[in-house]
Design a protein. Structure first.
Length: 92
């Protein structure tokens, strides 16, 4: 799950989170890189702190930070992330 995806899931109601991540969009479970329980824990942390960090989860050597934008009255959730080489960026 990318750095913008975790905040987008965190912005959804908790009962919808697990249902939305059980399979990839194409139904190909081979694309899932973390367990559902791990992802649910990470989404809970993201919900608490308001952002997500992806340190090499999607691509080795890349560090990214993501946030979600919500428009509740229109039921819209969007994500935004910034990424770069972890040799240049750090998590602080």
């Amino acid at each position: 799950m990318a750095s913008a995806g975790k905040p987008m899931l965190a912005a959804c109601p908790t009962n919808n989170c697990a249902r939305g991540v059980r399979t990839s969009p194409a139904g190909d479970d081979r694309q899932v890189r973390v367990s559902i329980s791990t992802l649910i824990r990470e989404v809970a942390t993201t919900r608490r702190v308001g952002y997500a960090i992806n340190h090499g989860e999607s691509e080795p050597g890349v560090l990214a930070m993501g946030i979600a934008y919500t428009l509740p009255e229109a039921d819209i959730v969007a994500g935004r992330s910034v990424a770069g080489p972890d040799s240049v960026l750090n998590e602080s």
